[in-house]
Design a protein around this ligand. Structure first.
Ligand code: BGC
Length: 751
């Protein structure tokens, strides 16, 4: 396609039309110039292609597709290769259905556990989220199918999602909310980015030039196309000028005229439209070039992949007395309606029409387990049903072990609204407590898309977080509880003890359309760590049926410039009797700090498989960004000089190895002294001068001669050090004249 030529041949009206999709799921074709239309469809964890009657609310059925575990589950695998494999499978399914772009991954930060869409999102940590997004994109796009990383950005709640104004400071935005997108955009190059509904500091994302043009396209070098979330358009001409390329779904005339008039009246330059059209045409070109005719995919292969992946995502949260896995010959009571009606995905635009569905009962049968089942409760009711309760208790009392399948019903979490609490339905809580009274060997298996509280935790021996595990979650739970698969998932978000403990508690969801991210950079474990709070289960946590030992930490340097790279190595050994996988996590911390920062931040992780007795050395490479913070005055990343802790562990609260490196920055934030510069600031920055020291000493001498009782030497010292130069001139006019100030300022600025 000669895109420039095509654009030159288009009329203004045709360009205006091209700024919008054609309908719900297609781009605008232009027959006259031979420009075809391509199809986009939801994701992210399965293909939701609506054939005929299109709606994005999930009301109309979509074509059957493999439903993989949802985003929150996938991130709990901490497995980059695995998520890439899922991406590849998604790409194959898109090719088979002639879908050119799958709408995902969704990598918004889990700011509050209450966000209704947390089941779709990866993590509270931007590094983990962006790594997951990157590998999802690499997988899908390896098949010649595009992705749409979403929802860009700071869209972390459902309440008023089409209207809220997210008020967030620039450093937090860069270090947390944009960082979740940054690496994925730069390194995996998604074909498209989907801008979110909300406003960011007063400007809707769809017409946010600072974000769409200055940052995404220019600073990050994004070459793909930017489309709106469905219905996020504000005004087609203005949005195009701000860097939006395509409105979705397609609207016909309303906004066409608006863009047309804006150009005719000279308010918007036609080149702005050309740029947007060029990106859409490039997207169409990529899709056409990569389209595979008559593609097919292996349905059963994908179903088995869904099972494998779900198993890798599950997190063993508690396992007293090695209650799990159940042993051969154990008689088992399976209780809870989720065992026959699994909840394996969330509601809304990501809802897949699955090809298969395996229940836990199917899975256990297949593995030849000795079990009996009682329903115990109805998923869609909060009420205790006495007959079901009694039947379950009776069954549980007579068996060796009990597996209770509990969790959140669909109505408890969904796209479109946020949760208001972290509880499970009361009937399920009561049932768990009652069953634990008649049988001491209870394992609870959870089906939920986001964090919950567990008032029953002390009553049971084992807890397995099975998430919303996709269409074969039943098979996967059977694999894990019977020991066929050793659980290796780790929490991608902290489970707090109570809702009131969570970082955004006081500022969620919003007040009069505004939500202020007052916790700043202290999201998730960054908050709990800094406040030294106890949590239910920390970020990065998860048990295994085996144990791992860490040793041999090696740093290839003890001191480095921030332009250097640091190689960190550590050895992990499986010291148990079962093969298993460990997620080795690397955090960077800094004890002495000038700039406020988290105690530690995740900067690397690797998942490794080890047979009993086997050990492996893993290695991580850290660079400037691993140590840097975002400086809003200079609008760039800087490293503070100092000693940094290199922490290797099995979770954010289980650090096994600790090393240290001294980092020297090559560049420092700019600083210009003036007459209001504070003495201490000049001293800390190494900008104090001989003239200043003389004045200072003289000032202290002066003060010493006064009434010795009122001012201690420490207080005197502190008082002068905290003074701006100009104030010293007021308090000590004999020592500090305007000329002396000018001299100190000039010396401090190196002139
Ligand atoms: C959702 C997007 C989705 C789109 C299309 C929107 O309401 O926020 O995630 O891709 O609909 O269904």
């Amino acid at each position: 396609m000669d895109i420039k030529k095509l654009i030159s041949e288009m009329t203004l009206q045709e360009k205006c039309e091209m700024l919008s999709g054609y309908d719900f799921w297609h781009t605008q074709p232009l027959e006259r110039l031979g420009i075809p239309s391509i199809m986009v469809s939801d994701g992210p964890h399965g293909l939701r292609k609506q054939a005929e009657a299109a709606d994005h609310l999930g009301l109309n059925e979509s074509v059957p597709a493999t439903c993989f575990p949802s985003g929150s589950a996938l991130a709990s695998s901490w497995d980059k290769e695995l998520i890439q494999e899922v991406g590849t499978a998604l790409g194959e399914e898109c090719q088979a259905e002639n879908v050119s772009v799958i709408l995902g991954p969704a990598c918004n930060i889990k700011r509050s556990p209450l966000c209704g869409r947390n089941f779709e999102y990866f993590s509270e940590d931007p590094y983990l989220a962006t790594q997951m997004a990157k590998h999802h994109i690499l997988g899908v796009q390896s098949q010649g199918v595009g992705t749409s990383i979403k929802h860009f950005c700071a869209n972390n709640q459902e309440a008023m999602r089409m209207r809220t104004d997210t008020i967030v400071d620039e450093r937090t935005l860069r270090e947390i909310y944009l960082a979740a997108f940054e690496t994925a955009v730069k390194e995996a190059k998604p074909w498209t980015v989907m801008c979110s509904y909300n406003q960011l500091n007063g400007t809707f994302l769809a017409c946010n030039k600072e974000l769409l043009t200055d940052l995404l396209k220019e600073e990050w070098g994004f070459e793909g196309q930017v489309m709106t979330d469905w219905g996020a358009i504000k005004n087609r001409g203005d949005c195009a000028a701000a860097g939006l390329d395509m409105e979705m779904p397609g609207t016909k005339t309303v906004f066409n005229n608006e863009a047309y008039d804006a150009v005719i009246s000279g308010r918007i330059k036609e080149e702005a439209l050309d740029k947007a059209v060029e990106r859409t045409l490039r997207l169409v070109e990529w899709a056409v070039e990569n389209n595979k005719e008559n593609a097919e995919f292996d349905k059963e292969g994908h179903n088995q992949l869904a099972r494998k992946v779900a198993g890798e995502c599950m997190i063993l949260l508690k396992n007293d007395g090695c209650m799990l896995p159940v042993k051969k010959g154990d008689s088992i009571a399976v209780i809870g309606e989720f065992a026959e009606k699994p909840r394996y995905q969330g509601g809304g635009s990501s809802h897949i029409n699955p090809i298969h569905c395996t229940t836990l009962l199917d899975g256990l049968k297949e593995l030849g387990a000795d079990f009996q089942y009682a329903k115990g409760f109805s998923i869609d009711s909060d009420e205790i049903e006495t007959v079901l309760f009694d039947e379950a208790k009776q069954l549980a009392a007579g068996q060796d072990k009990v597996i209770i399948m509990a969790g959140l019903p669909d109505s408890y979490e969904s796209e479109g609204y946020d949760r208001t609490h972290l509880n499970m339905p009361p009937n399920q809580i009561a049932l768990i407590k009652e069953i634990a009274k008649v049988n001491p060997n209870v394992a609870v298996v959870l089906s939920n898309g986001s964090a919950i509280v567990m008032p029953w935790l002390d009553d049971v021996k084992a807890v397995l977080e099975a998430h919303l595990g996709g269409q074969n979650s039943g098979g996967a739970v059977a694999d894990v509880v019977t020991g066929k698969v050793n659980p290796s998932g780790r929490l991608a978000e902290t489970f707090a003890k109570r809702l009131e403990d969570t970082p955004a508690y006081l500022n969620f969801p919003c007040h009069q359309y505004k939500v202020e991210y007052r916790e700043g950079i202290f999201v998730g474990y960054r908050y709990y760590d800094k406040k030294k709070m106890d949590v239910l289960f920390p970020f990065g946590y998860g048990l295994s049926y085996t144990d791992f030992e860490y040793s041999g930490l090696k740093l290839d340097k003890s001191s480095m410039h921030d332009s250097d790279k640091l190689t960190v190595k550590a050895t992990v050994k499986n010291v148990g009797a079962t093969a298993g996988k460990e997620v080795v996590q690397l955090y960077v911390g800094k004890e002495q700090e000038e700039v406020l920062r988290a105690e530690k931040e995740l900067k690397g992780f690797e998942k490794i498989a080890l047979n009993p007795g086997e050990s492996k050395e893993i290695s991580f490479i850290l660079d400037k960004r691993s140590f840097a913070y975002y400086n809003v005055d200079d609008k760039d990343w800087f490293v503070e000089e100092g000693d940094y802790q290199i922490l290797i562990g099995a979770s954010s609260r289980d650090i096994r190895l600790e090393g240290q490196v001294h980092v020297i920055p090559d560049t420092k934030p700019s600083f210009t002294a003036d007459r209001f510069s504070v003495v201490k600031e000049l001293q800390d920055l190494g900008r104090s001068t001989e003239t200043l020291t003389k004045v200072l000493n003289a000032a202290l001498d002066n003060m010493n001669q006064g009434d010795g009782g009122a001012l201690s030497p420490q207080m005197m010292q502190a008082m002068v050090q905290e003074m701006p130069l100009a104030s010293m001139a007021t308090i000590f006019p004999d020592l500090m004249s305007e000329e002396t100030i000018a001299k100190i300022v000039s010396e401090a600025n190196g002139r």
